[in-house]
Design a protein around this ligand. Structure first.
Ligand SMILES: [Zn+2]
Length: 333
């Protein structure tokens, strides 16, 4: 049991359990949904520095003790496959894989994050012809497609790929047209009334820009424009995705990337952004959210969730950056 420090107390007091119950008018699912405990952990950003391997292992020890039915890793497994040389990326992937094995066989599904794109930046020396370039390393290492869906105990779970590599080897946070068409078909093929969970590394919906911006209309407008274009902080074409949810029973959308624990409800859907296992990238809390993960309990047509810390103390903490932000400085996490 971790020691209750100030940050842990705050997490318990202010990030307390939330619940979302389906409207009574929703149609009954084709398959009666059972009970399911799901741990959504995201943004591990593993690396040898700052004892991040030990930190991730401690998080997994806590996850294991909760005995979930399954885990979803929400992206950004390593820091930083996109920007470091090939050998270091391979070392980081090995470190992550070895650490994840401490979950001792709990089923786990992986979602791709912006830092999981192998050799994206030209300065890595990785060529596009490399057999691991881009998303191939993720697909091979985790033996998965970057977007897919599966069914578990009467719930339909959809994992999205919110990272698109541009010809300039930058990335756009968006859901591409081919994936949108797949999503529409996947939703249409799911029996009416089936409760669904959607996962996206980059948030479809978040209020995070509101938390950092100065009370200045011009600055706020400029920052929003920068944040919501097709690059970076939020999924640029989120509305196209959200419109596809209409008429379906999406009971939760799980998101990562910002490292800030928050939930926004829109059209009766909770968009749950989880804090990060790495907190402020292994230097303490980020914008008031300590290192942690989200636990979801599903059953009887309702989903309950809570944010859990796991008692990590950074060996080199820095002050939480939120109080020092005087100007829009959001950048992709
Ligand atoms: Zn990210």
């Amino acid at each position: 049991m971790p020691i209750l420090d100030r940050r842990h107390f705050l997490s318990l007091a202010t990030l307390a359990a939330a619940a979302h119950t389906l409207p009574a008018s929703a149609p009954a699912p084709a398959v009666s949904p059972g009970s399911l405990k799901l741990v959504f952990f995201t943004d591990t950003h593993i690396q040898p520095e700052l004892q991040a391997g030990e930190g991730t292992a401690l998080a997994m020890q806590k996850i294991r003790s909760l005995k979930p039915d399954l885990c979803i890793q929400g992206g950004d497994h390593c820091f930083d496959l996109a920007a470091v040389p090939r050998d270091r990326s391979l070392m980081l992937l090995d470190l992550y894989t070895k650490t994840e094995q401490t979950l001792n066989g709990i089923p786990i599904h992986h979602v791709i994050g912006n830092h999981d794109v192998f050799g994206r930046v030209p300065s890595t020396g990785v060529q596009p012809a490399d057999p691991l370039y881009g998303k191939k390393a993720f697909e091979q290492r985790f033996n998965t497609k970057t977007y897919r869906s599966f069914d578990e105990k009467g719930y339909h779970i959809i994992l999205l790929d919110s990272i698109q590599i541009t010809p300039e080897r930058e990335f756009d946070a968006m859901i591409d047209p081919v994936q949108l068409a797949w999503l529409a078909a996947d939703l249409a093929a799911t029996p009416a009334g089936t409760p669904m969970i959607v996962v996206s590394h980059v948030p479809l919906v978040s209020a995070a820009p509101q938390y950092s911006l100065p009370d200045d209309k011009a600055a706020k407008a400029a920052a929003y424009q920068a944040l919501t274009n097709l690059h970076g902080f939020l999924v640029g074409n989120a509305r196209q995705v959200i419109d596809l949810f209409e008429g379906h029973r999406v009971i939760a959308v799980l998101q990562g990337h910002t490292h800030i624990n928050e939930t926004v409800f829109w059209r009766d859907v909770p968009y749950i952004t989880s804090g990060a296992v790495s907190g402020n990238w292994w230097r303490g809390s980020r914008w008031g959210t300590p290192e942690g993960f989200t636990v979801l309990e599903l059953g009887a047509g309702a989903v309950h969730w809570r944010y859990e810390t796991y008692g990590w103390k950074s060996p080199e903490p820095t002050p939480d950056p939120l109080p020092s932000i005087a100007h829009p400085t959001l950048s992709p996490a």
